[in-house]
Design a protein around this ligand. Structure first.
Ligand code: SIN
Ligand code: CO
Length: 377
């Protein structure tokens, strides 16, 4: 896929056109985004996934007594019968558990990996949905099975119904309405109000994104900077040979304030460290992901691919994998960036890596961050 290739997935737009015209700006309805789309996960498989420990799931029921929500794991007996109307269950991060969902997510890598989040799948009985709401992030809503009626609008009034277990808009005003069939897809930018109601049993796949929140990112980076600063700046102490005698001993000396600002400035003046912390933060695996270290001695003879749960990204100087950073250059940088972009590296390319880069790749294989390639590339 290149950014200038027209895609049926985007209604004939190229990724560049889509990003310019729609991304974070306005909705796009694509009929037949994936022709003959047949979901590779059926109802019973999704029910089984929702029952699993370590898989994030929710049950939402629109009952005569009002909205009810239950967090998973959802044992079979916690789900109402499918003949009962107006309920839905949603499973987050299906791409981490299922190759087909992971493969679908790859089609959306015209958006940087740093922004891509997961595939969520919902299954609803007739009339089911999560109510009129808005999300803080962009989303592609791909109809997978049955039909869903979407009502959408640029909502100004974002006030929510108080006291509910889920976020429901108080005064939702729809401006447009579409019924989606399997393979149809609707893109919505953040904060665009929407309400999707199942018409008969219905499965919808949501390709979701993430975006660092200012406060959270600042805290993460500053915590990392704080640890480094403690190591780097050392134990040189504040000195005040010119401190005059004082009549107000409780007053903090102004020079001590200057000293404090200087040490914080010093701690912040390390752009490389900031970049390392950012890459490490962005590639931190999701909390539900764990890797079962391999028992067989690692080897590169088949080539390697990233495990579904592994995150690998890079910047100008460094390479990041699952929360760790590595400084690389030359041919190693080129090949390992290829591994990150293509999520796989052939045996021939592995052989071209320097001995130290090969050692790192073998370590990642042992940790099961990488797996041997089954289909050679
Ligand atoms: C759903 O699939 O029911 C909800 C998806 C969404 O509205 O974001
Ligand atoms: Co939504």
């Amino acid at each position: 896929m290149t950014s200038n290739q027209a895609l049926a997935l985007l209604g004939g737009l190229t990724p560049s056109q889509f990003m310019k015209r729609h991304w974070q700006k306005k909705p796009l309805l694509v009929r037949n985004a994936i022709a003959d789309f047949k979901p590779c996960i059926g109802r019973s498989e999704l029910v089984a996934l929702a029952a699993q420990e370590g898989v994030e799931s929710r049950l939402i029921v629109d009952s005569p007594k009002g909205w009810r929500m239950k967090h998973g794991p959802l044992g079979k007996r916690s789900l109402p019968p499918f003949a009962q109307k107006k309920w839905t269950f949603l499973v987050q991060g299906v791409d981490l558990h299922h190759d087909g969902a992971h493969a679908l997510l790859q089609q959306f890598r015209f958006v940087p990996d740093a922004r891509l989040d997961d595939v969520m799948i919902s299954y609803a009985s007739d009339g089911g949905g999560v109510g009129p709401h808005f999300d803080s992030y962009d989303v592609f809503l791909l109809q997978a099975h049955g039909q869903r009626r979407w009502r959408i609008g640029r909502q100004k009034d974002l006030s929510l119904v108080p006291g509910l277990p889920l976020k429901i808009l108080q005064n939702f005003e729809a401006e447009e309405e579409f019924v989606l069939n399997p393979g149809d897809m609707l893109y919505l930018p953040p904060k665009y109000a929407h309400d999707g109601i199942a018409e008969g049993e219905c499965m919808t796949w949501s390709i979701g994104f993430r975006s660092p929140q200012q406060g959270e990112l600042a805290r993460e980076l500053l915590l990392g900077l704080a640890d480094e600063a403690f190591e780097d700046l050392g134990d040189a102490v504040y000195r005040d040979p010119r401190q005059p005698a004082v009549d107000h001993p409780a007053a903090i000396p102004a020079d001590l304030g200057v000293f404090a600002r200087q040490v914080v400035d010093k701690a912040l003046k390390n752009p490389q460290l900031m970049d390392s912390l950012l890459g490490e933060y962005l590639t931190e695996p999701k909390s539900s992901v764990w890797f079962a270290p391999s028992e067989v001695p690692p080897d590169l003879s088949l080539g390697v691919r990233l495990d579904r749960g592994s995150k690998m990204m890079y910047d100008q100087q460094q390479l990041f994998i699952n929360g760790e950073s590595f400084k690389v250059g030359g041919q190693d940088a080129r090949l390992l960036r290829q591994l990150a972009d293509e999520r796989g590296l052939s045996a021939a390319s592995c052989r071209k890596l320097s001995p130290s880069a090969q050692e790192a790749v073998l370590d990642w294989l042992s940790a099961a961050w990488l797996l041997p390639l089954e289909v050679p590339i």
